[in-house]
Design a protein around this ligand. Structure first.
Ligand SMILES: C[S@@+](CC[C@H](N)C(=O)[O-])C[C@H]1O[C@@H](n2cnc3c(N)ncnc32)[C@H](O)[C@@H]1O
Length: 282
């Protein structure tokens, strides 16, 4: 019988005091606040970083972060989970199509914010949905993330074609009307999305925990980001997202997330049960 190594015997086991030491170092010396991230996720990520960098312990890593000015950028790249897909969770896009777009259709101008957009696949998926339903030209799209690396990729609009091929089915299941391949041109192994689709895109670095959004949007999409935060931090991020949403605007979270930890959740109604798309009261 194969016995699994218990977590606390793993080489790079991160104890609670270790976790607190690195979190307070990052906050006090680097201005990065991860104190509201769920404990398990911080310990798992830091353990993986130590193992990748072949470091013995958290104290060695702190010395490295303290002495190398570019190491913090590397920390953000390694710490954040940037997994994303086009048309991730097709039911979300179907609900957008059927239950949200008819309301947005009535607006003269539409503003969309994908907060925690990773490398941009989510924003492109929305842009395609908007184009196929005649809303693209009057819409501005902001994509933001904590990690500058993923934003650089998002700005290129270029992805491995072998990955794009796997998005044809979710695109179709999302209510797509053509072929995903109609929206990009192939250069070698890459597919580059058409410029007209991305004409109204803007990307910026934005930390949902500490930065303040000054604009108000008709649709805010913050999917698969809050799952890494504890309930207090989720509440505080919801408060900020609420301020950045126009009355009657829509807020979408991931399929495993909800507004349950938001103290003012009563000011939202879910557009369809279990859709995780909420409309703010007018
Ligand atoms: C799993 S990805 C989700 C991407 C996309 N929304 C989706 O659902 O496919 C989570 C993203 O949230 C970003 N993130 C994590 N903490 C953040 C923070 N405090 N502020 C802004 N973005 C953050 C990560 O860098 C990562 O790109």
């Amino acid at each position: 019988m194969i016995e699994k190594t218990p977590y606390h015997f793993e080489k790079n086991y991160i104890s609670i005091p270790d976790k607190e030491e690195i979190v307070s170092f990052l906050k006090e010396e680097k201005g990065l606040d991860f104190s509201g991230y769920s404990e398990a996720s911080v310990r798992r990520r830091v353990s993986k970083i130590l193992s990748d960098l072949r470091l013995e312990n958290v104290q060695e890593y702190i010395t490295y972060l303290r002495n190398d000015s570019s190491a913090v950028k590397g920390f953000i790249e390694r710490f954040t989970v940037n997994v994303t897909e086009m048309f991730r969770d097709p039911q979300f896009y179907k609900t957008m199509l059927i239950d949200v777009l008819p309301t947005l259709q009535k607006l003269e101008k539409i503003s969309v914010w994908s907060a925690g957009c990773s490398s941009g696949e989510e924003l492109l998926s929305l842009a395609i949905l908007f184009k196929e339903n005649g809303l693209l030209e009057r819409t501005t799209f902001l994509g933001s993330d904590l990690s500058p690396k993923v934003l650089e990729q998002a700005k290129t609009g270029s992805y491995k074609e072998r990955n794009l091929a796997t998005y044809e089915k979710p695109y179709f299941d999302s209510g797509g009307k053509h072929k995903l391949g109609d929206y990009y041109s192939t250069y070698g192994t890459d597919g580059v999305f058409d410029k007209d689709l991305r004409a109204n895109f803007r990307f910026e670095k934005f930390n949902l925990v500490t930065d303040i959004q000054t604009q108000q949007f008709d649709l805010v999409v913050c999917r698969n980001v809050l799952i890494y935060f504890n309930s207090q931090l989720q509440n505080s991020v919801f408060k900020s997202l609420n301020i950045s949403l126009k009355p009657g605007g829509f807020l979408a979270v991931g399929s495993k997330e909800s507004v349950i930890f938001y103290e003012d959740k009563g000011s939202y109604i879910e557009v369809k049960p279990e859709s995780k798309i909420y409309q703010k009261n007018q």
